[in-house]
Design a protein around this ligand. Sequence first.
Ligand SMILES: Nc1ncnc2c1ncn2[C@@H]1O[C@H](COP(=O)(O)OP(=O)(O)OP(=O)(O)O)[C@@H](O)[C@H]1O
Length: 250
Amino acid sequence: MLTLAGVGRSFGPKQALQDVSMKIDRGDFVCVVGASGSGKSTLLSIVAGLVAPTDGEVALDGVPVVGPGPERGLVCQSGAVYPWRTVERNIAFGLELLGLSRAERKARVDWYLAETGLTPFRHALPKQLSGGQRQRVAIARALACEPEVLLLDEPFGALDVQTKEDMQVFLRGVWQDTGTTVLMVTHDVEEAVFLSRRVIVLSSDPGRVAADVAVDLPDPRDLAVKRTPEFLALRAEVEDLVRAFHRSHV
Ligand SMILES: Nc1ncnc2c1ncn2[C@@H]1O[C@H](COP(=O)(O)OP(=O)(O)OP(=O)(O)O)[C@@H](O)[C@H]1O
C-alpha cells in the first residue's frame, strides 16, 4: 500500500501542497486531477522521490520514501526515451541497472515488447517512431523493472485525440495484465474517469485533497463506456468539483 500522510510542500512563500493524505491499495488505479498549478506534478515528484516534502511522509508498504527507487517507476509527458538507444535497449536500460543476467534481461524485454505491441519495432530508434509509440517505449521501460507502483505524469498530454484514446485502451490492458498499482496525474477529467477506479481532485492554492470519487464503472472497459449515462454523470461530477475548487481562489 502507498501511503501519504500530511504531505506538504512549499517553494519559498508558495505553498504548493498542504496536508495531503491518501492510501492507495496495491493493484489500484488512481488518477489525480486538478486545475493547472494545483500541485499535481509536485505530488507525483514527491512520491517518485525526486522532490522532498516539507511536511509529512510518503511510505510504500511501510517503508518511507527518501529518494527514487526501482519499486516506483515514473513516466512523464515527454517520455524521455534515450534517442541513441534502440527500442529494445531503451526497455533494457533499467534492467542493466538492476543487475539482471543477460538471459533474464532478454526474457523481460521480450515480454514487455510483446505486451506493449512494440516487437516489430525492437531495433528501431525513437526518432523512427510516432509520438504514441515513443510513449509506449517509455511505459515499457518503466514496467520492465516491474515496479510496485507506476507513476504517470500526463503521459498522453502531448498526443492527438485518437492516439490518446488508443493509449488509454492500451494502458488499461497493461494494468489488467500486470496488476501494477497506477498513480496517474492528468488534467483531462474524461481520461481520469475512463482509466481509474478512483479519482482524487486537488484544490488549488494550496493543493489539498478536495474530493475522492470512486469510479464504479464495469471492468474491463472499452471506449464505448464513455457514452454511457453513468460515465457522463461521473465525468460531470468530477468536472464540477475541479471547477469549484479552482474558482474558489481566483
Ligand atoms: N521548483 C519549483 N519552484 C518554485 N515553485 C514551484 C516549483 N515547482 C512547482 N512550483 C509551484 O507549485 C505550484 C504547483 O505546481 P505543479 O507543477 O505541481 O502544478 P500542476 O498541478 O502539476 O500544474 P500543471 O497542470 O500546470 O502541470 C505552482 O504554483 C508552481 O508554480
